[in-house]
Design a protein around this ligand. Structure first.
Ligand code: HEM
Length: 208
């Protein structure tokens, strides 16, 4: 008689672990008074600009930290081409169109010391582009009802968002073995917390 194959009842892939470990932290971001309005009807240019200012302060330093890390490894088999996915210039252009100069409040940029840590930093940046698809659809509804909101940032992956997401996850699986999952998870949680604190600081600056 064939023995029953016992399959684990939980999903222990790197992606599932990252998602589970940051689920509650994500709530602090999508419920934050600076970002929640992105999904609400009646969004005006001022509140939209506030959200983009906060997001610029997230992307600019984290993208610099990723560039500093990956630029030491060009040509290595584990290189991740983040530069071609950079979103800071799209944010800058949207802000310029709204007449909103960047503010000097940004997330603290920790140097990235390992591939596993880079996975933890890339996870929120790349995953947020899935949320961006949902936000973009909401913004397009606003545009139909007459609002003029620039959407270079939210549409910067075009129709490739899921392709980019899957290729990031495949790269992460290869370069972050199970023994390193905890390092990636800790880095991702740190970035989510850092972003949430940064949103609070930005809100204080804009209201103050
Ligand atoms: C800087 C801020 C944000 C970060 C870092 C972030 C991060 C992420 C990550 C990592 C995922 C992928 C989760 C997975 O593994 O499946 C995700 C998905 C998602 N996010 Fe966010 N997010 C942010 C802001 C927001 C905001 C403001 C909203 C909406 C108000 C939002 C809505 C969503 C939605 C709807 C998904 C699921 C999309 C799908 O599965 O197709 N996010 N986000």
């Amino acid at each position: 008689m064939k023995e029953a194959v016992l399959t684990p009842s939980y999903d222990d892939t790197l992606h599932a672990k990252l998602r589970e470990a940051t689920k509650n932290l994500h709530r602090r971001l999508d419920h934050h008074p600076l970002l929640a309005p992105l999904m609400q009807p009646g969004l005006d240019q001022r509140r939209y600009g506030n959200a983009l200012l906060a997001l610029y302060g997230v992307h600019a330093p984290l993208e610099d930290a990723l560039a500093a890390f990956f630029n030491q490894r060009p040509g290595k088999f584990d290189y991740f081409d983040y530069a071609s996915r950079s979103k800071a210039s799209a944010l800058k252009a949207d802000l310029a169109q709204l007449g909103r100069p960047p503010i000097p409040i940004t997330v603290p940029a920790h140097a990235i010391g390992s591939l596993a840590e880079s996975v933890g930093v890339l996870y929120p940046l790349e995953g947020s582009m899935l949320g961006a698809q949902v936000i973009l659809r909401q913004l397009q509804l606003q545009t139909k009802s007459g609002s003029d909101l620039p959407v270079r940032f939210f549409s910067c992956y075009g129709d490739q968002a899921h392709v980019h997401w899957r290729s990031f996850l495949a790269w992460a699986d290869i370069h972050c073995p199970a023994a390193q999952h905890d390092v990636a998870i800790a880095a991702a949680q740190r970035v989510f917390n850092t972003i949430a604190d940064h949103l609070d600081n930005t809100a204080q600056h804009l209201n103050g």
